[in-house]
Design a protein around this ligand. Structure first.
Ligand code: NAG
Ligand code: NAG
Ligand code: NAG
Length: 540
C-alpha cells in the first residue's frame, strides 16, 4: 500500500513535467533598468535567460552552420526555451578591412585545405551565404533571431578573431598588443550603429573578461565609461553591459562607487564564473563548505552591486554536459542555488556542440555545449530542465509585491510541491506550494491554514499538519535543514520517488567524497502567484 502510494506520486510528478506548458518568449524592444531589475517599456520585469552563440573565432561566422540550416538552429534555441542569445563578435569584424569585407568562402579558404569539408557542408546547408561578406552573414543571423522572437546581447569578445581567453593573449586589457582603446571604440560605435536595424538587440556587452597583467581599476573605469558613452550615442536604446576584472569575476573595485554616465537606466554589470575559476578545488574540498565559500566570495566580489541598485547578468557559466566532471557538477549544483536565491539574469555557455576550428583543430568538440556534436540534439536534458526552472522571474517589477518562500532543490532545479498525500519536488514554474518560515517552522502560505511541515517518523515522507516541527539551517551553505525528533537529528532529503524524506544529516563538513546535494534546499523569496491545489480534506 505504502509503495503503491509512492508510485502514484512518482507518476504524478512525471506527468506534471510532461504537461508543462510551453510559452513563447515575448519580445521586448527597449529594455532599461529599475533599481536591480531589467524592465521593459511598461516597467515590467524582463528576465534574461540566455545562451551564448560564438561568432568570434577564426572564421568569424556564427558556429554550427556546417551542421544545420540557420533557421533550424535558431528554432532549436527557441525549443530549448531560451529567450536571449549572446552573440559574440571580434572587434576586427567591424574595424579591419582585411576581415570585414571577406566572404564566407574566403574566410574558410584562408585557413587552408583542412577546412574544405566544413566549407562543403556550409555550402550544402546554407548555400545562400557562401559569397556573402561576413558582416552580412552576421546581419542574417540577427534577422533570423528577430524573426524567431529572440532577444540579443552583442558581446565584444576579443579583438583578433580566435578562441578567447588567456591572461597573455594580447586581447585582455586596454593597452595590450591587440587592444587599442581607440580601435575598440570605433568597433563599438560601428556595431551599435548596425544594431539600430534590429530592435531585438537589447544590449551590448562592452568587452568580454578584462584580464591580464595590465589590468587596472582606474583604467577600467575610464575606458568602460568611454565605451558606454560611445554605444549610447550610436544607439540609445541599448543596455550597456560592463564585465568585471579578473576575467569578469570581480567588481571589488566598485565598492567605493560605480561608473558615472551621462545617461540613466541602462547600466548593467556582467559576471562570469566556472568551476575552473577556482582551479580544481570543487573536487578537492567538502562540497558543502566550498559552496559556502564561493557564495561568500561572490557576495563580496560582485553580488553587492544588487544592493547598490544595479542589475547583474551572469554572462557566462557552464559545465561539462557529459556529467562525469566532478568539479563541474559540484560547481553547477551550488551555482544554480545562487542564481535562484538572487533571481539573477543569466546566459549559459553555450550553444555550440562543436566549433569549425579551435586550437588549429577542425571540428573541435565543445563538451560544454548544450547541443550535441552534430547540433541535432540536446546534449543533456537533465541539465537543460534545471536551467529552464530558472527562466521565469521569482520576483521583481510586474509581479505582486508580497513575497513568500519557495523551497528550491538545486540538485534537480525543482521546488517543494504537494501531490495528494505526498510532499515532494516538481517543476518550479507554477508554484504549487508556498511557505512562510516563522518561528523556525515552515507554515503553509494558504493551502492549509496554520499547518506546517511535520516530521512523522524516520523514513516516512514529511507531512503538513498542525503538530509540526522546528527546522533550522545548520550548515555553512544554510541549505541543510535539521529537526530533532525522537532524540535524533534529521535533515530534509529527496528520495528516489522525489518525496521529501527526513533522514540523518550528512556531508556538513570535512568529508570530500560525500555528496550533500540531495539534502540541499535553498529557501528563496518569491512572489509568483501560487496556483494551489485546493483541498477540502487532508489527503485529497
Ligand atoms: C588588420 O588585421 C591584420 C591581420 O591580422 C593586421 O596585421 C593589421 O594590423 C590589422 N589592422 C588594423 C588597422 O587593425
Ligand atoms: C580544397 O579546396 C581548394 C579550393 O576549392 C582546392 O584548390 C583544394 O584542392 C582542396 N583541397 C583538398 C585537400 O581537397
Ligand atoms: C547530465 O549531467 C548530469 C550532471 O549535471 C549527470 O549526472 C548526468 O549523468 C548527465 N547525463 C547525461 C545523459 O550525460
Amino acid at each position: 500500500m505504502g509503495n503503491l502510494k509512492l508510485f502514484s506520486c512518482f507518476t504524478f510528478f512525471l506527468s506534471i513535467l510532461l504537461l508543462l506548458s510551453y510559452t513563447t518568449p515575448g519580445l521586448a524592444h527597449t529594455l532599461s533598468t529599475k533599481s536591480r531589475w531589467i524592465v521593459d517599456e511598461h516597467g515590467q520585469r524582463v528576465k534574461i535567460a540566455g545562451i551564448t552563440w560564438p561568432a568570434h573565432m577564426e572564421t568569424m561566422l556564427a558556429e554550427g552552420l556546417d551542421k544545420d540550416h540557420l533557421d533550424v538552429i535558431v528554432k532549436r534555441i527557441v525549443e530549448m526555451r531560451f529567450n536571449t542569445v549572446r552573440l559574440t563578435w571580434p572587434t576586427y569584424l567591424m574595424t579591419n578591412a582585411s576581415y570585414a569585407s571577406v566572404t564566407v568562402k574566403q574566410s574558410f579558404h584562408r585557413l587552408g585545405d583542412k577546412m574544405n569539408a566544413t566549407l562543403h557542408n556550409i555550402k550544402r546547408l546554407n548555400q545562400d551565404m557562401m559569397d556573402c561578406a561576413l558582416v552580412d552573414v552576421f546581419k542574417k543571423v540577427l534577422t533570423c533571431l528577430k524573426d524567431n522572437n529572440l532577444m540579443v546581447i552583442l558581446d565584444n569578445h576579443i579583438t583578433v578573431p580566435g578562441w578567447c581567453c588567456n591572461e597573455n593573449d594580447g586581447n585582455g586589457f586596454f593597452g595590450d598588443k591587440y587592444f587599442d582603446p581607440e580601435v575598440w571604440l570605433d568597433g563599438l560605435t560601428r556595431m551599435a550603429t548596425l544594431s539600430k536595424e534590429f530592435p531585438n538587440v537589447v544590449g551590448m556587452s562592452l568587452r568580454n573578461e578584462p584580464r591580464g597583467p595590465k589590468q587596472n581599476p582606474s583604467v577600467w573605469m575610464k575606458e568602460m565609461v568611454r565605451g558606454a558613452e560611445a554605444v549610447h550615442k550610436a544607439n540609445p536604446n541599448l543596455l550597456v553591459i560592463m564585465s568585471g576584472l579578473n576575467s569578469g569575476t570581480s567588481f571589488a573595485h566598485l565598492q567605493g562607487g560605480v561608473p558615472k554616465l551621462s545617461f540613466n537606466g541602462k547600466l548593467v554589470f556582467e559576471v562570469h564564473r566556472y568551476s575552473f575559476t577556482d582551479g580544481d578545488k570543487w573536487a578537492k574540498t567538502n562540497h558543502n563548505e566550498f559552496c559556502a565559500k564561493v557564495t561568500d566570495d561572490m557576495t563580496k566580489d560582485s553580488l553587492f552591486l544588487l544592493e547598490k541598485g544595479y542589475p547583474i547578468i551572469v554572462g557566462e557559466f557552464g559545465q561539462d554536459q557529459r556529467g562525469n566532471n566532478v568539479n563541474d557538477n559540484r560547481f553547477m549544483t551550488c551555482f544554480v542555488a545562487i542564481l535562484a536565491e538572487h533571481d539573477l539574469d543569466w546566459v549559459v555557455w553555450g550553444l555550440a556542440g562543436s566549433y569549425y576550428i579551435r586550437g588549429g583543430q577542425p571540428g573541435f568538440e565543445e563538451v560544454l555545449g548544450m547541443q550535441s556534436f552534430d547540433w541535432r540534439h540536446v546534449r543533456n536534458r537533465t541539465n537543460l530542465i534545471r536551467l529552464q526552472g530558472l527562466k521565469e522571474p521569482f520576483r521583481g517589477p510586474g509581479l505582486p509585491e508580497k513575497t513568500y518562500k519557495m523551497m528550491y532543490h538545486p540538485r534537480t532545479g525543482w521546488c517543494m510541491f504537494k501531490v495528494w498525500d505526498c510532499w515532494g519536488i516538481g517543476p518550479c514554474d507554477v508554484p504549487r506550494a508556498a511557505w512562510i518560515y516563522k518561528d523556525k517552522k515552515f507554515y503553509s502560505y494558504n493551502l492549509f491554514k496554520d499547518q506546517c511541515v511535520q516530521y512523522v517518523r524516520e523514513n516516512k515522507p514529511v507531512q503538513v499538519l498542525r503538530d509540526c516541527n522546528e527546522w533550522e539551517p545548520i550548515s555553512a551553505t544554510k541549505m541543510h535543514w535539521k529537526t530533532t525528533a525522537e532524540g535524533k537529528e534529521f535533515c530534509f532529503d529527496i528520495d528516489r520517488q522525489n518525496t521529501l524524506m527526513p533522514v540523518p544529516c550528512k556531508c556538513i563538513s570535512g568529508d570530500v567524497a560525500c555528496d550533500p546535494t540531495m539534502q540541499w534546499i535553498k529557501v528563496i523569496d518569491t512572489s509568483r502567484v501560487p496556483q494551489l491545489v485546493h483541498c477540502t480534506q487532508p489527503g485529497c
